[in-house]
Design a protein around this ligand. Structure first.
Ligand code: ADP
Ligand code: MG
Length: 243
């Protein structure tokens, strides 16, 4: 069964229609890749899925339950279930790595620090930062900071992880360590929707890939279909340019 479903989602910024009838589903434990040119609406999809933009039409369902975007309680619940990590990791510079990971579960969710702490330490070990928990963000590389941001997202125990170009701001030599972290999450069965320009990575990690252009899903299929045998001219153009 699909864990996350976007069913005919349309969305706009004011009069500018940016999503036009989007259908995407992500199964439990599945990784779906989202690719397409800049401005095609990839980040906007993730914005809808974190309740930051209300769709004009269509339905988002999580675990089969439709989200009513007019109900703040349902948006809060959506945010509990889907965590997002951005290109800009936005860590608190005045807090340690461990404190950065613990702050949302303790301050926003009101959980006890003594319960959250072992979980945060476990997640930081998982992203390869066990020895950095007491460091401050400015003592870490960009790749390490981005891995803290991923641990921070995971510490909210989301059912679904949304990743928006998480390696785009990193120096090239730091990209692979973050991709390795994400690969580990996929192997652990995390349900993920990943926007990335790292085409080799998207191809390798995704069960299915959606190619978007102009606010529409042009083509959705296996990585082999999208990258080797695209059915649509538009997809062919895009993958031809970037591979
Ligand atoms: P992508 O992530 O694929 O590059 P986006 O989802 O960020 O694309 O943007 C889709 C379209 O929406 C673009 O035309 C962009 O200029 C526009 N857009 C994005 N954010 C805003 C905003 N806050 N206000 C108005 N228009 C926006
Ligand atoms: Mg974007």
């Amino acid at each position: 069964m699909a864990h996350l479903e976007l069913d005919n989602i349309s969305a706009a910024y004011g009069k500018l229609r940016v999503l036009d009838g989007i259908d995407i589903s992500v199964g439990s434990g599945e990784t779906v890749g989202l690719i397409g040119p800049s401005g095609s609406g990839k980040s906007t999809i993730l914005r809808v899925l974190t309740g930051l933009l209300k769709p004009e039409a269509g339905q988002v369902r999580v675990g089969g339950e439709p989200i009513n975007f007019d109900k703040p309680a349902e948006i809060r619940r959506l945010r509990d279930r889907a965590a997002i990590v951005f290109q800009q990791y936005n860590l608190f510079q005045n807090l340690t790595v461990l404190e950065n990971v613990m702050i949302a579960p303790t301050k926003v969710r009101g959980r006890k620090p003594r319960d959250v702490r072992p979980e945060a330490e476990h997640l930081l070990a998982k992203v390869g930062l066990a020895d950095k928990i007491n460091s401050y963000p400015d003592q870490l590389s960009g790749g390490q900071q981005q891995r803290v941001a991923i641990a921070r997202g995971l510490c909210l125990k989301p059912e679904i992880l949304l990743l928006d170009e998480v390696t785009a701001a990193l120096d090239p030599e730091l990209v692979s360590e973050v991709l390795d972290t994400i690969r580990g999450l996929a192997e652990d069965g995390m349900t993920m929707l990943i926007v990335s320009h790292e085409m080799g990575f998207i191809r390798e990690i995704s069960a299915r890939v959606a190619f978007m252009a102009d606010g529409k899903v042009v083509e959705l299929g296996s990585p082999a279909q999208i990258f080797d045998a695209p059915e649509k001219e538009r997809t062919r153009d895009f993958v031809g340019k970037i591979l």
